[in-house]
Design a protein around this ligand. Structure first.
Ligand code: DCP
Length: 230
């Protein structure tokens, strides 16, 4: 309870209105973001938004996620346009809790996934240009506040093993090289900070460990994460 009191105090901004604190969980495919969010979902005053993957697998009866893995050159822009919309919707959705945690962000959708498709030659330049114009328009005209990025840092090898275990149909075609490029893009963005603007401070949590050790690390970092604020 003292924790929630502290949180609401910190959330009082100058004009006396409450401002949510927003924490984005970032990391490679199968890095354990969902487990992290599950752990924090039991916290009072905290609202957890998972990634809208079910939408990406079914938009009016179509599965753009599967299409993208089948033929990225053709369907990359289709999936990524929809991802951008669903992420924007998540960022803008309103809830009552003073703390909000969400899986990934509109930033990583662009800086990691769209970037990867383009850089690996799997997205036509015109598609990349259109997505970039959309993205730039959004971040220029719409306020998308993020207070903390929690980066679950894994080795691509760990992600591959977890991917095999969970066996999601669409993801069976993902090779090691794909996870390596996503990994490198994340490292350059959040650790080396040499590529794109980092929208918030970054907390790095090593995430190659087993579930028990991961939970212990979440416990250790709990206060720091939940009291993130400008
Ligand atoms: N994806 C994509 N483009 C994006 C975001 C995601 O192609 N902009 C794909 C990658 C995965 C699937 O969507 O195949 C689900 O993404 P996540 O890795 O974010 O979800 P997970 O459930 O794998 O996360 P975790 O295992 O860390 O909980």
């Amino acid at each position: 309870h003292s924790n929630s009191k502290l949180l609401s105090q910190r959330n009082l901004v100058r004009n006396g209105e409450q401002r949510k604190s927003v924490i984005c969980i970032e990391g490679n495919i199968a890095s354990g973001k969902t487990t992290c969010l599950e752990y924090f979902s039991k916290t009072s005053n905290t609202e957890v938004l998972t990634e809208p993957i079910s939408k990406w697998r079914n938009v009016q009866g179509h599965n753009p996620l599967a299409l993208m893995y089948e033929d990225p050159v053709r369907w990359g822009i289709t999936l990524q346009t929809y991802v951008q919309l669903t992420m924007l919707d998540r960022h803008l959705s309103t809830g009552l809790a003073p703390v909000r945690m969400m899986e990934r962000s509109i930033y990583s959708a662009k800086y990691i996934f769209v970037e990867n498709l383009f850089k690996s030659g799997k997205m036509p330049e015109v598609d990349f240009a259109v997505l970039t114009e959309w993205f730039n328009w959004i971040i220029k005209n719409i306020d998308i506040p993020v207070d903390l990025i929690v980066y679950l840092q894994t080795s691509p090898q760990t992600c591959l093993e977890r991917l095999k275990q969970r066996c999601r149909e669409e993801e069976k075609v993902i090779p090691m090289e794909y996870l390596e490029s996503i990994h490198n893009l994340y490292e350059d963005w959040l650790i080396n900070q040499t590529t794109f603007k980092v929208p918030a401070p970054v907390l790095v949590i090593p995430a190659d460990h087993d579930l028990q050790k991961m939970i212990r690390q979440y416990e250790e970092n709990r206060e720091r994460i939940l009291t993130a604020h400008h």
